[in-house]
Design a protein around this ligand. Sequence first.
Ligand SMILES: [Zn+2]
Ligand SMILES: [Zn+2]
Length: 372
Amino acid sequence: MVRVRVRGGAPEAGAARRADRHIRRVGLFALPPLLVLAFVLLWAAAGVGAAPGGTLRVHFLDVGQADSIFVQAPGGHAILIDGGNNADGPAVVAYLRKHGVARLDAVIATHPHEDHVGGLDDVLKGFLVSTVYMPNVTHTTRTFEDFVDAARRAGKRIQAKAGVKPNIPGITAVFLAPVGSGYPDLNDYSAVLKLTYGSVSFLFTGDASAASEGQMLASGADLHATVLKVGHHGSSSATTAPFLRAVAPRYAVISVGAGNPYGHPAPVTLGRLKQAGVTVFRTDQQGTVVASTDGKSVRFSLSKAGTAAAAGSAVAAAHAAGSQNITVFVTKTGHKYHRQGCRFLARSQIPLTLAEAKAQGYTPCSVCNPPQ
Ligand SMILES: [Zn+2]
Ligand SMILES: [Zn+2]
């Protein structure tokens, strides 16, 4: 495991505290009155029983050229932001199951592009889901229609837009975008979520690009975050200089596929992050990136470097430990190593460990057949 530990970000100034919950009874968000009542009751109940303390874990899943982020709140509540491409659905479901998820308190579909909602229909069919948050925009693709069908069956849908605050006990959650509507680029409809736990905060930007970033800045919301999920896979169309200055992250995570045809992440974006002194993690290079925080400091676990290096060295260490415990014998002039008592050891018998024998180029005797 590769780990980094630091102190957390600055305390939050309170902004974007205005609008609470918006239930639009139009289009994608039409809700039967009984469901609304149930939702309000659930909402009231959800504030009770928040476990104090504990760890917030944010898993940036390695889903190639796509986004999927799994959040485990300190009180045990679970959130999924995007579900990767269509083909990633089963892997995302498996990852959640592996982490003991039975129910998701919130599923957030940042925007209708396949690399964000593609795998979500599998997730919505595979788990109990309390609330689906999505921006008020549609897209005429089979993938998006599959997602909307699954979301309708899953239950409550709430429009994600600036000011909406999902209730996740133990942490503070607020959407900072979309601020407006009518964007020519679907990416700018991205639901941007800020999560705060103690003095540590995360900003999940989806594919929000320059237009949305400008509106978030103009909205006066507190954009500061300890960890930034870099917008639009590190595209040059996002992470503008003024936005990056306002977020002022210590860490950034880029969810991106190796060798993608878009040239993500853009060198100009990487340059800006570097210039700002931000430590950057990339799913194409480090696999699934997990940030853990107690609300004061953040620690990162990198699965690719971690799994490969740790597993590799563990195996090597086990081999070394085994061969270091085995004694074999060589002779002054021979090129073979032997078991004790082998007839070739009549003249000289020099003990050494199996590991040493192998390291020195000795090969096993074919007569006594020593351990290999
Ligand atoms: Zn995307
Ligand atoms: Zn997109």
